[in-house]
Design a protein around this ligand. Structure first.
Ligand code: ZN
Length: 559
C-alpha cells in the first residue's frame, strides 16, 4: 500500500504501518486529504504490484547508511524513528523502488497476497500526540482467500447495521441528550420495558439463591469515602463534592461502602454467614468525553451488584455458586463467554498478606477447574484490593464484550472493620466478594441490542404481539383479542389506523415485533386469527387460545 500510495501521489511521506488484528494500517503525510474514491485507485495499483509478482527483499545495514537512504528519499518520519533505535544495525524491506524501515518478517513475494480490501480513512496524530501533525491513516484487511475476506467484510457490514446507537434510535429504546450532559442514558418506554423484564428475572433468580435485597442513598458524607480509601485511589473517577449543612457529600461511584454499613449495624455470628446483599445500584463515575460510547461507556449506570460476606470455609462454595449463576445468565441470553483470572501485581502495593492472596487466587482457580471452565491467567492485572475473575461475553458476531465480574476484597473489611464472631468466640475479618452477573444494565442492554440485532426474543421484546386490522370494521374484534392477550400478561399493541395493511405490516417488521396478528373480515367471521411471525411471510390461521398457549410456553422458557 505504501508503494502504491507513493506511486499515485508523489511527495506523500510515509510514517508507521503496522499489522493489527484482522488487517493493517499505514499513516501518511499528504498535502491534500485522501477521498474515498482514492481507496479504489490505491487498491488497483496494489493489484498491479501483486500481479507483477514483486519480491520483498530484506536489507540489513548500519543505521547511518539507513539514514542516508531516507534523507535522500526525504522521509522525515523515518529519520525521527531511526534516531530512537539504539541498535547499530537496522533492517529495511524493499519492494520495487519502495523502501521502508521494518523489523519484518515479510512475505517473500507480493503474489502471496490473495485477498485484501482497503476499508477506511481516518485522521491520526503522529505518535498519537495531539500536539503533533495530523496524518492520514488508511485501514485495510488481508486474507488468504477471497471467501475469508468476503466473510470478514460481511461481518463488518452486519456490525454496522447492529450498532446499538443506530438501533436504539430506530427502535425508540433510549436517548442521550447534549443538553442533559454526555454519557447519561435516558431510557424510553420500550428500552425501559426490556430492562424491567431483565430486572424481574434478576430479582427472581437472586431471591431463589438466598440473596437479600437492600437499597442505599445515592449521596453520602465524604468521610465514608475517606474510610473506604476511594478518595485516595479512585478520585479521578469521582465527581466533586457538594455541600450540605457545611459538610461535603459525594455521589456514589460504588455501592460497597453502603452495603457494609448495613452489615455493620449488627454483630454477626458465623452461624448467620454467608450474608448476601444484592442491589441494582446506580453509580456515577467520571469518564473522559472521548471514550464515551452510546450505552456501552457512560457516566451513570446501574450495576447488578451484590456483596457476599462469608467465612473462609464458605468461600469456595460461594464462588462456585456465583460462577454457576453467571453461567446460567450467559446461557439464558445466548452468550458464549471467555474467562480471565487476574492475579496480584507483584511490583505494586496491595492490601492483605501474600498468603491471603494465594489462598483467594487458589480458590478462584480451583472453582474454575472444578467446573471445567477454560480460563486465561492475566498475571499482575488484579486491582490492589484482591484477585478477580472477569467474564467477557461473545456475541453473535464473535465480538467480546466486558460483562460479569467476581472480585475478592482484602481491603474494605479491614478499613471498615467488618467482622464476624467465629466458633472460637473471637472476632475475625469477614471475607468479602463483590460481584455482578450481568455487568451494568446500560452496557448489558446495549450489548443485547447488538447481539440480537434489535430482534429480541419474545420474552424480552418490549412489544410481543402487534394486532393489525385490515378494515375499520375489524376493530372491535381486534380489541377483544388484545384484552385476551393482556389478561395473560402478554404485551400486545393494537394498530387500528385507517391505513393499508401492507404499510402496517412493514412498520411492525421494522419494529422487529415477534408476532403480528392480522385481523380481517374472515378472521372476525370465523372467530380465528392470522398469525405472522417476524421475518416470515407466511400466515397461519389459528384460535386465539391456541396462540396464547403457544407463546406463553415460549416466553416462560425464555427462548
Ligand atoms: Zn463492591
Amino acid at each position: 500500500m505504501g508503494s502504491a500510495v507513493q506511486q499515485l501521489f508523489p511527495g506523500t511521506k510515509i510514517s508507521i504501518g503496522p499489522a493489527i488484528k484482522d488487517g493493517f494500517y499505514y499513516d501518511f503525510d499528504k498535502e491534500t486529504p485522501f477521498i474515498p474514491e482514492d481507496l479504489k485507485k490505491i487498491e488497483k495499483k496494489m493489484w498491479n504490484i501483486i500481479n507483477k509478482k514483486t519480491c520483498f527483499e530484506r536489507i540489513e545495514i548500519s543505521k547511518d547508511k539507513a539514514k542516508e537512504i531516507f534523507k535522500e528519499k526525504d522521509e522525515p518520519y523515518k529519520l525521527e524513528l531511526l534516531d530512537e533505535i539504539p541498535d547499530e544495525k537496522v533492517s529495511l524491506y524493499k519492494t520495487g523502488d519502495f523502501v521502508d524501515l521494518c523489523r519484518g518478517p515479510h512475505i517473500e513475494n507480493a503474489d502471496d497476497i490473495k485477498a485484501f480490501k482497503l476499508l477506511s480513512i481516518a485522521g491520526a496524530y503522529w505518535r498519537g500526540d495531539e500536539k503533533n501533525k495530523m496524518l492520514q491513516r488508511i485501514y485495510g484487511t488481508a486474507w488468504y482467500t477471497k471467501e475469508e475476506l468476503d466473510e470478514y467484510v460481511n461481518k463488518l457490514a452486519e456490525a454496522k447495521k447492529r450498532d446499538h446507537r443506530k438501533l436504539g434510535k430506530e427502535l425508540d429504546l433510549y436517548s442521550i441528550h447534549e443538553e442533559a450532559g454526555a454519557g447519561l442514558v435516558f431510557w424510553h418506554p420500550k428500552g425501559a420495558m426490556i430492562r424491567r423484564v431483565i430486572e424481574d428475572f434478576w430479582y427472581k433468580e437472586h431471591m431463589q439463591r438466598g440473596y437479600q435485597f437492600v437499597n442505599i442513598p445515592h449521596i453520602s458524607n465524604i468521610n465514608l469515602w475517606k474510610t473506604s480509601g476511594h478518595l485516595d485511589f479512585y478520585k479521578e473517577n469521582m465527581y466533586s463534592p457538594m455541600e450540605i449543612d457545611k459538610q461535603d457529600y459525594i455521589i456514589k461511584p460504588m455501592n460497597c461502602p453502603g452495603h457494609i454499613l448495613i452489615y455493620k449495624t449488627n454483630l454477626h455470628s458465623y452461624k448467620e454467614l454467608p450474608i448476601r446483599y444484592a442491589e441494582l445500584g446506580t453509580v456515577y463515575r467520571y469518564e473522559k468525553s472521548g471514550v464515551l460510547h452510546g450505552m456501552l461507556r457512560v457516566r451513570g449506570f446501574t450495576q447488578d451488584d451484590a456483596h457476599i460476606f462469608c467465612a473462609p470455609n464458605q468461600l469456595k462454595n460461594e464462588i462456585k455458586e456465583v460462577i454457576e449463576l453467571v453461567d446460567y445468565m450467559m446461557k439464558t441470553f445466548g452468550f458464549e463467554y471467555e474467562v480471565f483470572l487476574s492475579t496480584r501485581d507483584k511490583s505494586n502495593k496491595f492490601a492483605g498478606s501474600i498468603e491471603d492472596w494465594e489462598k483467594a487466587t487458589g480458590t478462584l482457580e480451583a472453582v474454575l477447574k472444578e467446573k471445567n471452565i477454560k480460563y486465561e491467567v492475566e498475571e499482575g492485572e488484579a486491582v490492589f484490593y484482591g484477585p478477580k475473575i472477569d467474564v467477557k461475553m461473545k456475541d453473535s458476531l464473535d465480538r467480546l464484550w466486558q460483562g460479569p465480574t467476581v472480585q475478592f476484597d482484602f481491603n474494605l473489611p479491614r478499613r471498615f472493620n467488618v467482622t464476624y464472631i467465629g466458633e472460637d468466640g473471637k472476632e475475625h475479618y469477614v471475607l468479602m466478594v463483590h460481584r455482578t452477573v450481568l455487568g451494568s444494565m446500560e452496557r448489558f442492554v446495549g450489548t443485547l441490542i447488538e447481539h440480537y440485532g434489535g430482534a429480541f426474543p419474545i420474552w424480552l421484546a418490549p412489544v410481543q404481539v402487534k394486532i393489525l386490522t385490515i378494515k375499520k370494521g375489524n376493530a372491535l374484534y381486534a380489541k377483544e383479542m388484545q384484552s385476551l392477550l393482556k389478561a395473560e400478561q402478554i404485551r400486545a399493541e393494537l394498530d387500528c389506523r385507517d391505513e393499508k395493511i401492507g404499510l402496517k405490516i412493514r412498520e411492525s417488521e421494522l419494529d422487529k415485533i415477534p408476532y403480528m396478528l392480522i385481523i380481517g373480515d374472515r378472521e372476525v367471521e370465523e372467530k380465528v386469527i392470522a398469525v405472522r411471525k417476524h421475518g416470515n411471510r407466511d400466515c397461519a390461521g389459528m384460535d386465539i387460545k391456541q396462540f396464547i398457549d403457544r407463546i406463553s410456553k415460549q416466553i416462560e422458557s425464555r427462548k
